[in-house]
Design a protein around this ligand. Structure first.
Ligand SMILES: [Zn+2]
Length: 233
């Protein structure tokens, strides 16, 4: 799957791939812009492609061949679905390390593209898929018990939520700046635990929006933290 392709020099492109076997792989596609035949439109994105890659010692591997094996035509003609798919591919690129296989994340993204192509509600699907990707990569927010003392709120009970502390915080431990409704907390927890990607489709719009707001804050903080760590290393 092509996560990103950017022009490089006169005729090349740097292509970030998510592969099922090797995880994230950054490649150089030589003459990708000159020879249309060589990659036959396979680097446009939002498709499943078959590639041959020569893994080198450097940061960039060499993309030898690429051909499309599966397309999602209805997804490509729906702006809202494209937005959701784009956000999911971007998240994969941002949270996955290079060359560490994450087949479950790959499968989750393929499933998301399939569902979007089949007409699934884009925003609730994006929210559910983001939650699952966070969970699969070990970055899930803690929603079942207080991050500090471990106390568990009742099922469907609302809770304080703190992005900075990584999950819900009970009032005895200081609470948090946000409040997460019990039904949203429950739905997100089920998404973290692998509920079907279209399971949030019946959720009211306002709650999807609230979930998007909380999760995007959480992801932004996570990426900032990762970025700082990477700088220090
Ligand atoms: Zn507590």
């Amino acid at each position: 799957m092509v996560l990103r392709a950017v022009d490089f020099g006169e005729s090349d492109r740097v292509v970030t791939l998510l592969t099922r076997e090797l995880g994230l792989v950054s490649t150089m596609a030589r003459a990708a812009r000159k020879s249309k035949r060589r990659f036959a439109g396979a680097l446009e994105g939002f498709a499943i492609i078959a590639v041959e890659v020569t893994i080198g010692r450097g940061a960039l591997s060499r993309l030898e061949t690429a051909r499309v094996t599966r397309v999602f035509p209805r997804l490509l003609s729906n702006l809202a679905a494209l937005d959701a798919a784009g956000a999911l591919l971007r998240l994969a690129r941002e949270i996955l390390p290079e060359r560490a296989p994450e087949p479950d994340v790959f499968d989750c993204l393929v499933e998301a593209l399939e569902l979007l192509d089949g007409g699934a509600a884009p925003r609730s699907l994006q929210l559910c898929c983001e939650a699952r990707m966070l969970s699969l990569t070990g970055f899930a927010p803690m929603l079942t018990s207080c991050v500090s003392c471990g106390r568990e709120p009742k099922v469907f009970q609302s809770a304080f939520f703190s992005v900075a502390r990584g999950g819900i915080v009970c009032s005895a431990c200081g609470g948090g700046p946000e409040r997460i409704a019990g039904s949203l907390r429950q739905a997100l927890q089920e998404a973290l635990e692998g509920a079907p990607l279209d399971s949030l489709a019946s959720m009211p719009d306002a709650q999807v929006q609230e979930g998007e707001r909380l999760l995007s804050q959480f992801i932004a903080q996570l990426l900032q933290h990762e970025h700082r760590l990477a700088k220090r290393l």
